[in-house]
Each structure stands twice: as C-alpha cells, then as structure tokens.
Design a protein around this ligand. Structure first.
Ligand SMILES: Cc1cc2nc3c(=O)[nH]c(=O)nc-3n(C[C@H](O)[C@H](O)[C@H](O)COP(=O)(O)OP(=O)(O)OC[C@H]3O[C@@H](n4cnc5c(N)ncnc54)[C@H](O)[C@@H]3O)c2cc1C
Length: 494
C-alpha cells in the first residue's frame, strides 16, 4: 500500500493519515482500502454533483464486523466518517466532508435470507433495490418501495433516506417495509433493533430510518415483502391544462380509490422522455399527463379503473389509454422512470427539488412554480408523485455559466418556501443532507430541532457520523442556524 499521492491533498495536511490507513489495512486488508488521489475522485460527490469534496480515505468493508472495526478506528482517532451506498442520493447525504473517511457498502451485496412463510428477507446494505424483487418474484412476491433509481440505488441508502417511489402511495414508503436492523453505532458497537412484529419499548427502527447516516451504519436489514397483486391496470390520461390533471388527482382519492401509483408529468418532461427513450406513447402536445395504476383482485381492478377513467374524463382528459398486460404497463412506466435522466437532453445541468404539498394545492402550487421560473428566467420541468403531493421541480441550467448555480439554488429555496407556506414539507423522499439543512428552521421550531439533536447526540456522542448533514449549523448556514443546545460543539468542529 502506498500513501504518497493521496496524502498530498490539502485535507490530509491537517492530520497524519499514514498510521490510520495502516490500521484500516490491518483490519480490512490492502484491497479494501482506497487512498490514491485519482481513485478517490470517484467518491467526491453523490447525485448532487454541484457539491464536491474528496475524502481522505475510502474503506470497503464486507461484513458487519469489518464495518465495526472501521468505525472503531474512526472513533479512536477522532476521525469523522460518512457512509455511502450507491451514491445516487440527491441531497448530498453521502458527500464526503473534508478530512473524513468514506465507508462504502458496495461490497456488502448479499441477500442473506429469504423467509416466504413470514414474508421477510434479510439483506446486506449494498444490495440494489430491485435485486430484492428479482430474488423473490419467482415465488410470487415483491418489495414495494420502488424509487425511480431502483436499478442502481442500495437498500442501505433507501433506509437512510426513507426513500419513496411510484408505488408508495398505496403501500407506504421505506419505513413501512423495514422490520428490523443490525446497526454499527458511531462508537463501533453492534446492536440489533426491531425484528419482531410487536416489540415493547421505543421504536428504534423507526428512529434510524430516515436518519441520513447520522446515527450509525445499517449492516443487515430485514425487509417486508408482499404478495404480488393478482391483477393490475395502468391508465394514461393526457390533459390540456395542469389544473384539470391536478383536480383529477384529488377527485380520485376523494372517491375512495387509493391507486398503487399516481404520477404526473408536464410538457417539458413528456418531450424530454420521448426524445430519449423514444417510447412514442406519451402525447407530445399534452400540457400534462397522469399515469394511474390500480391493483388488487381482478374485479376490484376493473371497477377502480372504470371509476378512475370516468373521473379523468369528467375533468377534461383528452384521451385515456389503458394498459392491462405487464409488458404494456412496463412500457408506460418506463418513460416516467427515465424522466430525470432524460433532462440531460434538454439542458447540460438540472437541479432537482423535492417538496411536498397537500394534494388539493397542486394546481395553485404548480402555477406559482411556473411564475417563479419566469421571474428568474429558468425553465422548470415537473415530474412527480402526484398522489402523495410530492413535487420534483427540475430547474434546468448551465453550471458552466458563472452565477447560474447560485441563482438556481435561490430559486429552489423559494420553491421550498412555497411548499411550506402551502402546508407541506421541504422533503418528500430525497432527504435533507447538505443541500437543504439551512431550510430546516422553516419547518421546525427550535424546540423541534432540539429534540432531534438530543436523539442524535445520545447515539452519535462524538459527532463523528456524517457531521454537518441534516441540521443547520452556524458554520454551514450562518444566521439561518438555530442552535440552542450547547453540546453542539462536537458537531460544530467539522
Ligand atoms: C435518477 C434518480 C432518480 C431518483 N428517484 C428517486 C425516487 O423515486 N425516490 C427516492 O426516494 N429517491 C430517488 N432518488 C434518490 C436516491 O436514489 C435515493 O435517495 C436512494 O435511497 C439513495 O440510495 P444510495 O444507495 O445511492 O445512497 P447514497 O446516496 O450512497 O447515500 C444516501 C444517504 O444514505 C446514507 N447511507 C447509505 N448507506 C447507509 C447505511 N448502510 N447505513 C446508514 N446510512 C447509510 C448516506 O450516508 C447518505 O446520507 C433518485 C436519484 C436519482 C439519481
């Protein structure tokens, strides 16, 4: 193992990394420790590519024990660490911080147990989301949370972000499908939480899900799997105006129908997808399309599809197409799942926001977003989980033009404020990470933030696990940070 190149970068000047790297090599072996400058480059950002920071060292454990050994080395040497799954996060959660160790779960990719009788699987955190469904589909089961990134994102990342997806409207987001966790705490201790259906005491599984790597590392995850629905139909409706599509969403839910998924795309997104995936199934002249999937018993599906169709037509849908076979349904969904990636066709860069609003506010908020786009002079594409009111405005810009990123971030902040003012939230599924920590005081009172910080500090006592993420600090957010608890000093150091 040579350290020369890696140890020259600025972060490493503050600390003598050589003995620390030797400790990692001793515990994990030479080929599970990365510290060459050019190799570290791969890990300098997640899906939020506008933030970049090279870690000092990357370690690639294979087992819970190796994770615990790596964390203990960090704890002993007072080194901050950041966990990374597949690095597809969109809020900078897996962004390394200066002078830190990145613990990457990419070598922890085993499905450890499948228990059909109890409808559960146990996986390592680096397992890719859709591998779970692939592993159990032959027996008629599936894993419900399906982020659009499901072919690349890891279950560990899904747990940490409490990820959502197209089919989470009816079945719930990740937290509703996690039964138990084996965790390595920030001091290196190994604990197990959950695991049984009804456990007395605190719901520590619930506390960990969505904690964005600030409470330790999940190393074994017990997931609930569901029986595949007997029948499903997907309806595609196109509209001349966004209000009509938005009203259809509220009317469908008000009619007592909970679709498995209900997604909306605007004209920008439709055309981007048609250019890239060449599906030839989304009408390019539509102002908005709605994709609605209903599932269940054949009789229920037939009745629900009929009712959904009626509601959409009453609201002015121009055409409604119904896909009943798995192949045709997949074809309709393919465009939606490729929508973010397709934006590359329209613009060199895009900044994706992730806010939530009450469903009934959809038409009003979408109009306001359009007005904000005009005010700032940027195109904004909208593709989102309409049924959950989870918006994903994609602001198109060019990072090569000085000043555009800053303006786009300000515009993104205004969109989040709009969501909060409408009674919603600053994140539906992408998490807070480094990107949105300064907006936390817009949603939470100082007492709310205090309570969350007490939990963080009780478990992450030295502040070494993913410091600076999730919460505002004076160093990262200036006056936006409300930091009434004195014990922040450990977090503040980084
Ligand atoms: C094209 C595209 C589409 C997307 N669509 C969706 C979508 O539909 N729904 C959605 O919710 N998200 C979506 N995302 C965002 C992203 O894929 C999810 O947040 C995903 O859960 C991140 O998983 P990851 O393995 O890439 O995690 P990473 O990005 O590596 O990490 C994310 C966070 O999890 C922490 N972490 C990772 N592993 C562990 C672990 N084992 N223990 C503790 N903490 C850990 C990290 O520290 C970080 O804070 C999309 C992203 C892209 C690029």
């Amino acid at each position: 193992m040579t350290f020369g190149v890696a140890l020259n970068h600025p972060a490493t000047k503050q600390r003598n990394w050589q003995p620390i790297v030797q400790e990692f090599v001793k515990e994990l072996g030479d080929n599970q420790v990365v510290c060459r400058k050019e190799e570290l480059l791969v890990y300098e950002c997640d899906g939020l590519t506008s933030y970049r920071q090279r870690p000092a060292v990357v370690v690639l454990p294979r087992t819970t024990e190796e994770v615990a050994a790596a964390v203990k080395i960090c704890d002993r040497n007072q080194v901050p660490f950041v966990t990374r799954g597949a690095g597809t996060g969109l809020s900078g959660g897996a962004l390394p911080i200066e002078d830190s160790v990145l613990i990457v779960t990419a070598c922890m990719r085993q499905i450890l147990d499948i228990d059909y009788d109890n409808q559960r699987v146990v996986v390592q955190p680096g397992v890719i989301n859709n591998w779970v469904t692939q592993a159990v589909s032959g027996a008629g089961f599936y894993y419900a949370p399906d982020p659009s990134s499901q072919s690349v994102c890891s279950i560990g990342g899904n747990i940490a972000e409490n990820s959502g997806g197209v089919h989470c409207l009816k079945y719930g987001v990740t937290t509703n499908h996690v039964l138990g966790l084996k965790l390595v705490l920030p001091n290196g201790d190994i604990v197990e939480v959950g695991g049984m259906p009804e456990l007395p005491g605190y719901d520590l599984t619930g506390v960990f899900v969505g904690s964005e790597g600030t409470l330790g590392i999940a190393t074994e995850i017990t997931l609930r799997i569901l029986k595949s629905p007997e029948s499903a139909q997907t309806l595609l409706a196109d509209f001349n105006n966004v209000e009509a599509a938005g009203k259809s969403v509220s009317d469908i839910i008000s009619a007592g129908i909970i679709p498995a998924g209900m997604e909306m795309m605007d004209n920008f997104s439709i055309n981007a997808v048609e250019e890239v995936v060449a599906l030839d199934c989304y009408p390019r002249d539509a102002t908005a399309i709605l994709l609605v999937e209903v599932d269940g018993s054949p009789a229920d599906v037939e009745a629900s599809a009929q009712k959904v169709q009626e509601i959409m037509r009453q609201n002015g849908a121009r055409q409604v197409t119904i896909a009943t076979t798995p192949e045709k349904r997949l074809r309709l969904w393919k465009g939606r799942k490729a929508a973010f990636a397709a934006m590359g066709k329209l613009s060199p860069d895009y900044y994706v926001q992730d806010g939530v609003i009450p469903r009934a506010q959809l038409p009003h908020v979408l109009n306001e977003i359009e007005a904000l786009g005009k005010k700032y002079g940027y195109r904004i594409a909208n593709v989102f989980h309409a049924g959950d009111g989870n918006l994903h405005p994609l602001i198109l810009y060019n990072n090569a033009v000085p000043g555009q990123l800053e303006t786009v971030e300000t515009l993104g902040g205004e969109i989040l404020k709009l969501c909060v003012d409408a009674g919603g939230s600053i994140s539906g599924e992408h998490g807070i990470g480094a990107d949105k920590r300064c907006y936390m005081p817009q949603m939470f009172t100082p007492a709310d933030l205090d309570t969350m910080q007490w939990v963080r500090q009780a478990i992450n006592t030295q502040g070494l696990a993913n410091p600076t993420k999730l919460f505002p600090t004076p160093k990262t957010c200036g006056e936006a940070a409300v930091t009434p608890i004195k014990q922040f000093d450990t977090v503040e150091r980084f």
